[in-house]
Design a protein around this ligand. Structure first.
Ligand code: ZN
Length: 103
């Protein structure tokens, strides 16, 4: 792995952590009015609008997550073929196997 890929992975991990923390912080502010008023002094005002109030009132719109999964590897099942059966034209149906022609 070269340094560029390592930096990119570190950046992605950092951004994921940062955005997750921001989302959890916003949810925590929405769940606790005291915490929200500690951050926004006018949080009790009817005209107050912020990300917390928008999310609390269900105004946040996010696209539905697209779930992707890797396709399972193709399973190929091979069974051994049974021993070859005699062709129908090779079977003599004129006499039963236990019967002999009249002597
Ligand atoms: Zn607010």
């Amino acid at each position: 792995m070269n340094a560029s890929k390592s930096i990119r992975r570190l950046f992605k991990a950092g951004m994921s952590l940062l955005l997750t923390a921001a989302w959890l912080w916003t949810i925590a502010l929405g769940a606790s009015a005291q915490l929200h008023s500690a951050v926004h002094a006018d949080s009790q005002a009817p005209a107050h609008q912020c990300a917390v109030t928008e999310i609390s009132h269900g105004k946040a719109d996010a696209p539905a997550p697209v779930l992707t999964a890797a396709a399972p590897p193709a399973l190929r099942l091979e069974l051994p073929l049974p021993s070859p059966l005699p062709a129908p034209q090779d079977i003599d149906l004129r006499l039963d196997p236990g019967r002999a022609p009249p002597a």
